[in-house]
Ligand binder design. Sequence first.
Ligand code: ZN
Ligand code: ZN
Length: 354
Amino acid sequence: MITPQRADVLSAILEERKLDALIVSTLVNIRYYTGFTGSNALLLVNAKGTRLFTDPRYSVQASQQVGDRVTIAKGKLIEAVASKVGTLKGLRIGFEDTRASYALSKALAKLGRLKGVGDAVDKPRWVKSTLEIGAIRASVALNSTAYDRAMKRFKVGMTEKDLAAEIDHQQRKLGAEGPAFATIVASGAHSALPHATPRNAPVERGGYLLIDMGASLNGYMSDMTRTVGVGPCTAEQERIYMAVLAAQQAAIDAVRPGRKASAVHGAAVRALKQFGLDKLFVHSTGHGLGLEIHEAPRLGKKDDTELEAGMAITIEPGVYEAGVGGVRIEDTVLVTEDGCEVLTTTPKGWTMVG
Ligand code: ZN
Ligand code: ZN
C-alpha cells in the first residue's frame, strides 16, 4: 500500500524541487514507498498523487499490494508514463540520476527537462521505522540460527562450497527468501581475499575459516562475518584475531547519533594501529543496510554523514595478509538515542573448531 506518510515524502520532493513530475525507477525504492515487490515497475509522482506502472504479469499482485493507483501497461512502461505526464514543453521531470539507467534517462529526456534529485528518494530509507527495525532484528536472528546450524554440520575436510550450500539451505529452511548476497566461505590463505568466492577446496587444519553471510527475510537484510581457527592454530593467529576484535569493539564504542561515519572508521583504524596492523585493513568499516545489503552511510574515510538514531549499519573491520589469511568480524548494529545496540548475538570470542 502507498502509505500516506510515504506518499507525503515524495510529494515534498516534488514541491521542494518545483517539479511537474517525479519518476521513481529503482525497484527497492518503489517497494519502500508502495509495497510493490514485482520486478518491473515505474512510479510516477505528480500533482495528482502517486501512480504505479507495471506489466500484466503483476496485475493481481499490484492491486493487492498497491491498491487502485495502478496502471497495467502492455507495452513499454515509460510510454504509459509519458501518456499520463504529457509532453508539454518545459515540463520539469525529476528522476533518480544516481540510479537510473542511461536508456531510461534518454527516454525520460523526451518528456521534458530532466532534473536529477540525487539521493532525495533514497534518503528517507536511511533511518528505519520501528517496523523496519523489527524486520532487521528478525533477519539478524534467523541468520545467526542458520550459522549455528551450519557450523554444527561442519567437519574439517568439507569443501568451502559445501559449507556455503549448507548455510544457504539452513537460511531457507528457517524461512528466508534466500541469502542477502552470495555467501562467502573462505579458508586458509584464501581468506585473505575480502570478497572471496567459495571454492571446491577442502577446509584444512591450521588456518582461518572466514564466513560472511546474510539473510533476506521479508525483504530486510542481515549481515554477519565470523572467523574461526581450524585447529591447531598459532599464537600469532590468535593475536591477529584479538586485534581485529579490539578494533571492532572500538568502532562499536564510537557509534552514536551525531558521530560522523568516517569517525567510526577512524576508531577501528586507530585500534589496529596499536597492533601494527592498520596497513592490512583495506576496506571501510561498514555500511548501512535494510531493504538493500549495501545502503548509505558508508563507514569509510570519506563519508561524513552524521549517524542518526534508527540507522542500521554493519561494523566489520578486517586484517588481510596475502598468502597467509584474513580475519574479519562483522555485526549488524542499530544506532540508538544514546549509542548503539549490537543486534547480532552470535558469540565472537577466539574459537577453534575441528
Ligand atoms: Zn558481510
Ligand atoms: Zn557487510
